[in-house]
Write a protein that binds this ligand. Structure first.
Ligand code: C5P
Length: 219
């Protein structure tokens, strides 16, 4: 027993806030898998691994040790004991993460770690997991799968509001670049699971999105 809620979708779709809200409302744990790919990317940059060389990334992919906090009120990630929650949101990591997440060895390792965290959460009630491949690869048996979308403008506006010193146009271009890389890579591309409920969050408030997902959970 224990409930797994899979929340997939591109950045700016409102995934993180909605996932945390759903986890809080249901008393579940919360896992941000994007933070895991970002943390590995931060470590690769720190180690000066050549990110244009997938084999170099693959060769070092087993080295960084990740610890995840799954508290929806205080989510976080540390790498080799270093809290990286600030730096993983910066432009350097954001610009490089798609190259790292495209490497199959990186994905294999992180998917295994995600599945361990999910299994550990089940006795306590379960977990809301957000990412790009949760309903398709990480937790294909999850009883609730949601795929969030939003218009390019809405996504860029939300992301710009979270950051400083950037513009909607810059964010729109950056998101389009990352979407293309994430959805055309060979390993576990961003895609909605056949049995996922699609929710367009463009006209919705955060509370609306949370209420919709809670309605799916009760059905
Ligand atoms: O969700 P977020 O924007 O933090 O994700 C950062 C990047 O991590 C994505 O652009 C994607 O390349 C990668 N990612 C992934 N699979 C996931 C979650 C994130 O490939 N489940």
């Amino acid at each position: 027993s224990g409930l797994v809620v899979a929340m997939d979708g591109p950045s700016g779709s409102g995934k993180s806030s909605a996932s945390r809200g759903v986890a809080r409302a249901l008393g579940l744990r919360y896992l941000d898998t994007g933070a895991m790919y970002r943390a590995v990317t931060w470590w690769m940059l720190q180690q000066k691994v050549d990110l244009a060389d997938p084999q170099a990334i693959a060769a070092r992919s087993g080295e960084p040790s990740l610890i995840m906090s799954t508290d929806p009120d205080a989510p976080g990630v540390s790498v080799d004991g270093v809290d990286v929650n600030g730096p993983i949101r910066g432009p350097e990591v954001t610009g490089a993460v798609s190259a790292v997440s495209a490497v199959p060895e990186v994905r294999r390792r992180l998917v295994a770690l995600q599945q361990e965290i999910i299994a550990e959460s089940l006795p306590g009630g379960g977990i809301v997991v957000e990412g790009r491949d949760i309903g398709t690869v990480v937790a294909p048996d999850a009883p609730v799968k949601v795929y969030l979308t939003a218009s390019a403008d809405a996504r860029a506006r939300r992301r710009t509001a979270e950051l400083t010193g950037t513009t909607v146009e810059t964010q729109k271009a950056e998101m389009a670049r990352r979407d293309t890389l994430d959805s055309t890579r060979k390993a576990d591309p961003l895609a909605s699971a056949a049995d996922a409920i699609e929710l367009d969050t463009t006209p919705l408030t955060l509370d609306d999105v949370i209420a919709e997902v809670l309605r799916f959970v009760k059905e």
